[in-house]
Design a protein around this ligand. Structure first.
Ligand code: HEM
Length: 445
């Protein structure tokens, strides 16, 4: 086995540096060792790969390099033992396929008007002249959208209960009371509702009660025409040809809820940051949006070419997820000339690929035009990862991002309250702005 070069420092020290300034750390590694480097985690080599040739192999060589669910086992208390992230092989493939259907193509079009309406509803709760934090505000919008997409719920008691509970649960999941025990499993002690981990378990139990009640209602009053993930799963069969059990259905939701709320909110928050830092982009975008009628059809918004380029550039410059989920070498393989043995872990570095100056000249500058001038391959631009774990929410995420942005820009005038550059900070798998982005609502035109 011959490995790419890398730092010889203890891995805990390197992870601390990564947590403090993830992009700074990756930039430093890139300068010292190039876009492919090794960090030793005890005796396991972790290889970070940040170039198109390597990405292509990670995403396409699925016999020698697998997306083992076991590698994500730390996330089990968050996403469930049978959640997509913890699955692999046939079970992973077939359950992903089932989920993808209501999250794609013509099906998501039906959510267009609702996304614009929710955006207005949440933005109208802000006061003119008062500052607000963009990230939690965008999380309110994306939570409502994902609840509708997954469960078909947008009003009623159960919807209100789920919305409140999930807000508490997902925010608590990002607090040190949960993040520290996730890294140190011996701290995961349920000592009752008033203990830190016990409270987390208590919130999950409440989630289970609500979702099982909803599943049971849907089984009693089936609606085969309904267009949402829950209805799709209720009528579907698992890999052994049987209907999914309530537990199997429940376990598929947490990873979709976290991705649906937090990854999308991260992307939209960065969009607000870059658009308001770059007045020329904001003006060009507004002109394009205003070239449509006063209440445009959501599909005509989604097809706007400059808006499309802006969304691509936002996900390039600060991808919401800086690295892919890990993959593992299953059979001896050759990755860009390095001979790797089984057990080696490979991590696709989305950020470093997106910072390659040969692909993206002046990579630290926000230049949406590059996406009008050139078509990038899926191994050069991959904010949604690729291969076996490619994000199942990609179509919904782009659709939602464009509609939320177009609604905010055309109906509200916002400004940043801080002129200092923002830095991404890890929150679970996502990297929103460290300050959560303070903005002010100047006026409603
Ligand atoms: C702009 C928004 C989003 C971005 C940039 C994003 C990005 C990603 C990335 C990079 C991955 C890992 C892919 C890999 O390892 O190759 C991923 C996986 C995943 N995403 Fe997203 N995501 C977004 C929105 C969403 C939405 C809206 C949902 C839910 C509807 C979602 C659900 C998931 C799930 C469940 C996985 C795990 C897939 C698996 O294990 O097979 N994401 N996402």
């Amino acid at each position: 086995m011959n490995l790419p070069q890398g730092p010889k420092l203890p891995d805990w020290w390197l992870w601390m540096q990564f947590a403090a300034d993830p992009l700074g750390f990756l930039d430093k590694m890139n300068q010292r060792y190039g876009d492919t480097f090794t960090i030793m985690s005890e005796s396991t080599p972790l290889i970070f790969v940040g170039n198109p040739q390597g990405m292509k192999q990670i995403f396409t060589n699925t016999t020698e390099i697998i997306a083992a669910g076991e590698l994500n086992k730390e996330a089990a208390p968050l996403v469930g033992k049978n959640g997509l992230l913890l699955l692999d092989g046939l079970r992973h493939r077939s359950r992903r396929q089932l989920l993808m259907s209501p999250l794609h193509g013509t099906k998501i079009r039906t959510y267009g008007q609702q996304i614009c309406d929710v955006t207005e509803k949440v933005m109208n709760q802000l006061s003119i002249g008062k500052s607000f934090l963009a990230y939690p505000t965008m999380q309110k919008i994306t939570l409502e959208v994902i609840l509708n997409t997954l469960f078909g719920l947008h009003q009623g008691d159960r919807y209100e209960q789920l919305k409140q509970l999930l807000t508490n649960l997902m925010n608590y999941a990002r607090s040190p009371f949960v993040e520290i025990p996730l890294s140190f499993p011996f701290l995961q002690q349920d000592l009752g509702r008033w203990s830190p981990w016990g409270y987390f378990r208590y919130l999950w139990r409440q989630f289970d009660e609500l979702i099982y009640a909803e599943i049971s209602d849907r089984r009693q009053q089936p609606n085969p025409d309904a267009n949402n993930v829950l209805c799709e799963l209720i009528f579907a069969h698992n890999e052994t040809g049987e209907l999914f059990t309530n537990e199997e259905i429940r376990d598929l939701f947490p990873s979709l809820l976290f991705g649906g709320r937090d990854a999308s909110a991260t992307a939209i928050t960065w969009a607000l940051y870059w658009i308001h830092r770059t007045p020329t982009v904001r003006e060009k975008l507004l002109k394009e949006i205003k070239s449509l009628s006063n209440s445009p059809d959501p599909m005509s918004i989604v097809e706007l070419p400059y808006l499309n380029a802006v969304c691509h550039e936002i996900l390039r410059i600060y991808p919401t997820q800086v690295v892919t989920f890990p993959r593992r070498v299953e059979l001896p393989t050759n990755l860009m000339g390095y001979k790797l043995s089984p057990g080696t872990v490979i991590i696709g570095c989305i950020y470093l690929t997106h910072q390659n100056p040969e692909l993206y000249p002046q990579p630290q500058q926000f230049q949406p035009e590059r996406f009008l001038e050139k078509q990038y391959s899926p191994y050069e631009f991959m904010p949604f990862g690729g291969g076996a774990r490619r994000c199942p929410g990609e179509a919904l995420a782009f659709f939602e991002m464009k509609l939320v942005l177009a609604t905010i820009l055309s109906r509200y005038q916002l400004a940043l309250t801080n002129t200092q550059p923002e830095k991404p900070q890890p929150q679970g798998a996502n990297y929103p702005p460290a300050s959560r982005l303070k903005m002010v609502l100047c006026k409603i035109p």
